[in-house]
Design a binder for this molecule. Structure first.
Ligand SMILES: CC(C)(COP(=O)(O)OP(=O)(O)OC[C@H]1O[C@@H](n2cnc3c(N)ncnc32)[C@H](O)[C@@H]1OP(=O)(O)O)[C@@H](O)C(=O)NCCC(=O)NCCS
Length: 143
């Protein structure tokens, strides 16, 4: 398994299968604009040259925010999410950020468990943040 910077060529490889094979809540337009944003940094996990996960952060004036962590559906529960999150935390430390934060759907217990494993704490709630329905939990880790 290798974790490396996501390139536009990586994007081309996954853009057509992003919603079916990775995450139905993200589309390729969002990912493309994230890659074009100079304040964003994206990484991919590759196994035998196949992209099996990706994740990203955005640098804001306040701190570093995790925009998404996604493991390919066929490759979940093998530790890839942990590898990606570990790398994002290292990247945030290298930028000398004091904290790293994220928003997660309160029903996404798997992702919440993953973040808690790495010391993220629930610090707030955005009501009806997702589709005007589900609440978002704000989680932060002090670095
Ligand atoms: C959240 C996500 C990235 C986790 O990826 P993953 O590669 O499966 O995660 P890992 O294999 O590293 O597992 C991390 C932890 O979650 C647990 N876990 C993963 N999938 C699970 C499942 N389906 N049921 C129960 N626990 C699960 C693992 O057991 C592990 O915990 P443990 O070390 O205490 O056993 C993945 O489920 C995903 O891509 N979800 C869709 C996108 C998403 O919701 N991203 C988060 C946005 S905020």
């Amino acid at each position: 398994m290798i974790i490396e910077k996501m390139t536009f060529s990586d994007f081309e490889c996954i853009k057509d299968i992003l919603q079916t094979d990775f995450d139905e809540f993200w589309n390729s337009n969002i990912l493309k604009s994230e890659l074009e944003n100079e304040n964003s940094k994206y990484i991919v996990a590759k196994e035998n040259n196949e992209i099996v996960g990706f994740a990203g952060i955005i640098i804001t004036p306040v701190d570093i925010e995790i925009t998404n962590i996604v493991t390919k559906k066929t490759n979940r529960k093998k530790g890839i999410g942990k590898l990606l999150l570990d790398k994002l935390i290292k990247m945030a430390k290298e930028i000398n950020s004091e904290s790293i934060s994220l928003e997660v759907n309160e029903n996404n217990s798997i992702a919440i468990h993953l973040y808690e494993c790495y010391g993220f704490k629930k610090v707030g709630l955005r009501k009806k943040y997702y589709n005007g329905k589900d609440n978002a939990i704000i989680m932060t880790k002090v670095l």
